[in-house]
Design a binder for this molecule. Structure first.
Ligand SMILES: [Fe+2]
Length: 458
């Protein structure tokens, strides 16, 4: 990721491009385009015929402009003066300008973004996943080091452009490749370096386990318990009884021991945040952004993982979901972290069905596992309009691009925005602009979420 390219567009040598984000409905903008062009040309003291709107997008009305000479730069300077200059302030208020960028410099906001003006009301996070740390004997150890260094170099400018003070880093599992303690030593070093470069030292690093965090020799140590679990966990009642140790056999703790190396790592790693309520195999955590309360559930989708034949055998189970709901019920926003794709065929059918019904409790789902080449805001289960965010794998051992995501959730306005960064084998970091020219995926949260945020239906 280098400095923004400020060269002008082909065939438009005397023009530069600007991107302006307005907090008005696109239909309204469609009616007021001439008014907007007139106000902008007055503001910049250029001819209205020199202001070309090349495109505008629905969502929050992102307007792409071609402006003559230095006008884009002048726009940047003018918007920074909005508090002192009534004319600029009038333009910003009139068109509810929320954000703007200059040409090819979309990494560099030209006016303070929303969270800078009112930082307490944006909840933002960085999403990473699936690093699969291998120790120096591993085939991909060298590539892993180079890729993670590249990520640590890329993150500060990416944050600067989009979310200056993230509240959290979510690491959605497969920290290690085989669950070996030596792999967690590397993870600890990496997270200490990550913590150092985060602009906000209060930023919480929260992690959930993946299937590669299972130490398979430990999963094989109690074959009778594994056989029992495969044969007898057929309903949620069975899971409840197992977790409650109803048979007094201690099976549940022996089954969980496959994650002991992982659990020791999260317990002892100083960079990893200690959750408010630690249920030992999953957690819930609450962050206060006065007056909003954000609840985060880190659910364990890997406790039944044991081999390369996990598909269809996994269980999250009623105890995790019910306790997470109880702990977070009073929160304005509820975020779910897990490793595997939820409500999918990775889980036993009875648990997949249960998730389908119950996970509507959460406003946003953040997960990993599939190392998707293109992360997206993907639709949740039927009837659940809020976003589920996947991807962000930083694993070196494959041809697919690596990636990380940055998200910000506006608690006042009830929207979520995300940017997706990708890394190719030539170590280029690219912002995904395949569907949005500025790379920002904007999502208005559901009516139910808006209600919990104290907003009336729009
Ligand atoms: Fe995985």
């Amino acid at each position: 990721m280098g400095e923004p390219d400020t060269t002008s567009m082909d065939g438009e040598e005397s023009r530069t491009e600007a991107v302006v984000v307005l907090d008005i409905h696109p239909d309204e903008f469609g009616c007021r385009q001439l008014e907007f062009v007139s106000a902008l040309s007055n503001l910049l003291e250029i001819d209205a015929s020199d202001v070309l709107i090349t495109d505008y997008q629905a969502g929050c009305t992102i307007v792409f402009l071609l402006l003559p000479g230095d006008a884009a730069e002048n726009l940047r300077l003018a918007l920074n003066r909005q508090l002192e200059d009534p004319a600029v302030g009038g333009f910003v208020n009139e068109f509810r300008v929320r954000n703007a960028w200059t040409a090819n410099a979309r990494l560099r906001p030209v006016m303070p973004v929303t969270q800078d003006k009112n930082n307490s009301r944006i909840f933002s996070w960085v999403h990473i996943s699936d690093i699969h740390f291998q120790n120096p004997d591993g085939k991909h150890y060298a590539a892993q080091g180079a890729i993670l260094k590249s990520f640590l170099d890329a993150l500060p400018p990416a944050l600067k452009s989009f979310s200056k003070n993230p509240d959290a880093v979510f690491f959605t599992g497969d920290v290690a490749h085989s669950g070996d303690p030596s792999e967690y030593d590397l993870a600890e070093e990496f997270l200490a370096r990550l913590k150092e470069i985060l602009p906000n030292q209060d930023c919480q690093i929260l992690i959930v386990p993946g299937n590669h965090d299972v130490h398979r020799p430990d999963a094989d140590r109690y074959p009778d318990d594994e056989k029992f679990a495969q044969a007898n966990l057929k309903t949620q009642l069975n899971v409840v009884e197992l977790e409650a140790n109803a048979d007094r056999a201690g099976r549940f703790s022996r089954l969980l021991s496959r994650l002991d190396n992982y659990r020791n790592f999260v317990k002892n790693c100083t960079a990893v945040s200690k959750p408010e309520i630690n249920h030992e195999w999953f957690f819930t955590h609450r962050l206060e952004k006065n007056p909003f309360s954000i609840g985060i559930a880190g659910l364990n989708s890997a406790w039944r993982a044991s081999s390369d034949k996990d598909r269809g055998r996994l269980i999250i189970g009623l105890p995790q979901i019910e306790k997470a709901e109880d702990n977070l019920n009073s929160c304005n926003i509820r975020v779910l972290l897990a490793h595997h794709p939820l409500a999918s065929d990775w889980f036993c059918p009875f648990d997949e069905d249960y998730q389908e019904k119950k996970l509507k409790f959460f406003d946003v789902v953040v997960r990993g596992h599939e190392h998707r080449g293109r992360s997206k805001l993907v639709a949740g289960p039927k009837g659940k309009p809020n976003p589920w965010i996947s991807g962000a794998a930083l694993y070196s051992r494959e041809e697919r691009p690596r990636g990380f995501n940055i998200c910000r959730l506006n608690l006042d306005k009830g929207w979520l925005e995300a940017v997706f960064w990708y890394h190719d084998d030539d170590f280029n970091w690219t912002l995904d602009t395949s569907e949005r020219r500025n790379g920002i995926y904007h999502y208005t949260l559901s009516t139910e979420t808006q209600r919990r945020l104290g907003r009336k239906r729009r």
